[in-house]
Design a binder for this molecule. Structure first.
Ligand SMILES: Nc1ncnc2c1ncn2[C@@H]1O[C@H](COP(=O)(O)OP(=O)(O)OP(=O)(O)O)[C@@H](O)[C@H]1O
Ligand SMILES: [Mg+2]
Length: 367
């Protein structure tokens, strides 16, 4: 696998704040790679360092085999000599220029001939499905189309890599969903690698080949979306990606195939033995809403609860159920409707076991 962007030991400080703290990752040749994490975790700063818009304090950045930044070696290639295309959150398309002129602009700056401009802009318009809109002004376009113009302008120079920072955040929910698919399609068709920044976990999960989950300037985990979801490396990743219930519990018995836990409020659960059993007895059992089921009686479970609220979500049903002081969020298939007020037994299909005292330990996977 060829490498597009390679970042090693990247550190950037603003006064007392370490915005990026020893970040390292390597992006594949045709990869859609996302940096995801909460506001202020250092995503934009990382991207700006790659773009050369920010000078890092330490580390090394390579783009397509060329070192563009190396601290201590005096290498710092200016932005316009890095073969990148960029679209940022507040992308601007010039209102007084036509779609064609907007996209042609970077080519004009480099002195490309008119016929070359026509040819290359034509190709980009085709790729974006906007062949017939070249003469329009941005005010005559929908938000999604304007967004595509900004993308076209970043693509027209045929960059080695696209850097996108929350490019969909100006769009309404429906359009954002549509553009997710469009963006991924364009990426697949062109094969152009994309380094994508978002705080939206769903956006990252749905588009990326791999995701780096960041917090406080550091990367917690780099993996494919399903791996991040199914095998989060830390409690932070588990929390940030998807939703999760925490059941405080006590580890009673660790047999060879199963373990038994007593959940706060008195319920008992027999679970498959996790890949490792954490030290200590005071645990948290973390379970995603879709990994629990509600029934009248269930083998391996004596976790009794009452359904307090039921919300029909179309493709599934979500319940709030109470077990003593514990409120759990459960999602089930829509054809197993349980009435509000019903007494049920909750069973747990799979989850993660962690020591209540030290949340930074690797999670034990129960499945
Ligand atoms: N120019 C700057 N001067 C001082 N501090 C900065 C500057 N740019 C960023 N920071 C700080 O660095 C940290 C990381 O900021 P960054 O913009 O990279 O976060 P982010 O992950 O992109 O967040 P968001 O999702 O809100 O865009 C934050 O604490 C931020 O306040
Ligand atoms: Mg940002």
């Amino acid at each position: 696998m060829g490498i597009t962007i390679e970042v090693e030991g990247l550190t950037k400080r603003f006064g007392e704040t370490t915005a990026v703290d020893a970040v390292a990752f390597a992006m594949g040749e045709h990869e859609f790679f996302s940096l995801v994490g909460p506001s202020g975790c250092g995503k934009t700063t990382t991207l700006r360092c790659v773009a050369g818009l920010e000078t890092a304090d330490e580390g090394r950045i390579g783009i397509k085999g060329t070192v563009v930044y190396a601290s201590g070696e005096g290498v710092d290639v200016p932005t316009h000599h890095r073969a990148i295309g960029m679209v940022f959150q507040n992308y601007a398309v010039w209102p007084h220029m036509s779609v064609f002129q907007n996209i042609a602009y970077p080519l004009k700056l480099t002195g490309a001939s008119r016929s070359e401009q026509r040819q290359r802009v034509g190709r980009v318009l085709e790729m974006l499905g906007m062949e017939d809109l070249g003469d329009r002004k941005p005010s005559q376009l929908s938000g999604g189309q304007q967004q595509r113009v900004a993308l076209g302008r970043a693509l027209v120079g045929e960059p080695d890599v696209l850097l996108l920072d929350e490019p969909l955040s100006n769009l309404d929910a429906k359009l954002r969903e549509h553009m997710r698919v469009e963006l991924k399609r364009i990426q697949r068709e062109t094969g152009i690698p994309i380094l994508y920044v978002t705080h939206d976990q769903l956006e990252a999960l749905s588009m990326s080949d791999r995701i780096a989950v960041m917090e406080g300037g550091r990367i917690h985990q780099v993996a494919a979306p399903h791996e991040i979801y199914e095998r989060p490396a830390t409690k932070f990743v588990l929390d940030f990606i998807g939703s999760v219930n925490y059941l405080p519990c006590e580890l009673l018995d660790t047999g060879s195939d199963t373990i038994e836990v007593r959940v706060e409020g008195g319920g008992l659960l027999t679970l498959p033995r996790p890949d490792h059993v954490p030290e200590g007895r005071e645990m948290l059992l973390a379970v995603r809403p879709e990994d629990m089921t509600l029934g009248r009686a269930a083998s391996g479970s004596d976790l009794r609860a009452t359904v307090e609220l039921r919300s029909f979500l179309g493709n599934l049903c979500e319940y709030r159920v109470r077990h003593g002081g514990l409120e759990l969020r459960v999602q089930t298939e829509k054809d197993e409707l349980v009435a509000e007020g019903a007494d049920v037994v909750v069973s747990v299909r799979r989850g993660f076991l962690l020591d209540r005292g030290s949340a930074e330990d690797p999670l034990a996977r129960v499945s």
